[in-house]
Ligand binder design. Structure first.
Ligand code: SF4
Ligand code: SF4
Length: 281
């Protein structure tokens, strides 16, 4: 089973939910994929050991000027303006804008374009757990200044082990990296906070999941602050509330110290494990 943990808004406690959920599932093998590759932080809570690090690449075009006749078809085809053919007979390539789709090579009538690898980050794999539960943590780390998160997310997901219960920590928002991370999931846990900002971004995330046809439920973090509008919205839309986590000093302290709070407050494990029961209903 693949469960994505996402949020329309940053700072809602998405990683807190993903990590504590992973640590609350006894008797199953758990794999946590941290696809928030621009700011991965599940490893801060899980302290993985025996890490294996491998580079991640994307493809960028290179031009063979012995063949190129500067027709401009590659630049016209590129949706991302990553290629420009300039009058001084040069094809300028902007690797940071390139999505590695390969279309320019396909449309080139002179077969003048080939593709070369460009490193965009690394993928790290390690083991974690608390003695009772073993977690395989896989996370991507995007190079500083790199804007192309999606190819790295795709490569983190290539490590997905369907034999395990897989939890995917998705980056916040509703942009391409979110789509890349949640696609293929059996269920999505949307983490929000009960504030007008939380509701606004939750509605955007709900819209994305409805388009993708991925079933979902809501975890309300920092319950007790704000207002009741998130609850009212969920009730009106028939969206299940899977768990409420209170705005609590001990939970906040655990977070600030990089400690999953189920380690200090094990009574919460049952409630996190209950999310799976509700997902399976
Ligand atoms: S499509 Fe091929 S031949 Fe035309 S400008 Fe681009 S690289 Fe050159
Ligand atoms: S590979 Fe795709 S995104 Fe990159 S330059 Fe070619 S057409 Fe544009």
């Amino acid at each position: 089973m693949i469960i994505a943990v996402a949020s329309g808004k940053g700072g809602t406690g998405k990683t807190t939910v993903a990590v504590n959920l992973a640590l609350s599932l006894p008797n199953v093998q758990v794999q946590l994929l941290d696809c928030d590759v621009e700011e991965p932080n599940a490893h801060i809570f899980l302290n993985p050991v025996n890490e294996v690090v491998k580079p991640a690449y994307t493809l960028v075009p290179t031009v063979n000027y012995d063949r190129c006749d500067y027709c401009g078809k590659c630049a016209a085809a590129c949706e991302y303006n990553a290629l420009v053919v300039v009058p001084s007979k040069k094809v300028m390539i902007f690797p940071e804008l390139c999505h590695g789709c390969g279309l320019c090579a396909l449309v080139c009538p002179q077969d003048a374009i080939s593709e070369a690898s460009r490193e965009i980050g690394v993928i790290k794999t390690g083991k974690s757990g608390d003695g009772n539960i073993d977690i395989e943590l896989v996370y991507g780390v995007l190079n500083i200044g790199e804007v192309m998160a999606t190819p790295l997310i795709d490569q983190v997901k290539e490590e997905l082990n369907p034999e395990k219960t897989v939890i995917i920590d998705v980056s916040p928002g509703t942009a391409c990296p979110v789509i890349a991370a949640v696609q293929g999931s059996d269920y999505c846990v949307l983490v929000t906070e009960p504030t007008p900002f939380g509701l606004y971004d939750l509605r955007l995330a709900i819209g994305v999941l409805r388009v993708l046809k991925i079933p979902f439920g809501v975890v309300i973090n920092k319950a007790g602050i704000g207002d009741r509008k998130v609850y009212e919205h969920c009730e009106k839309e028939g969206i299940p509330i899977l768990l409420e986590i209170p705005y609590d000093r001990q939970i906040a302290r655990c977070y600030s110290e990089g400690v999953p709070f189920v380690k200090e407050m094990p009574e919460w494990k049952e409630q996190f494990a209950g999310i799976i029961d509700k997902v399976l209903l």
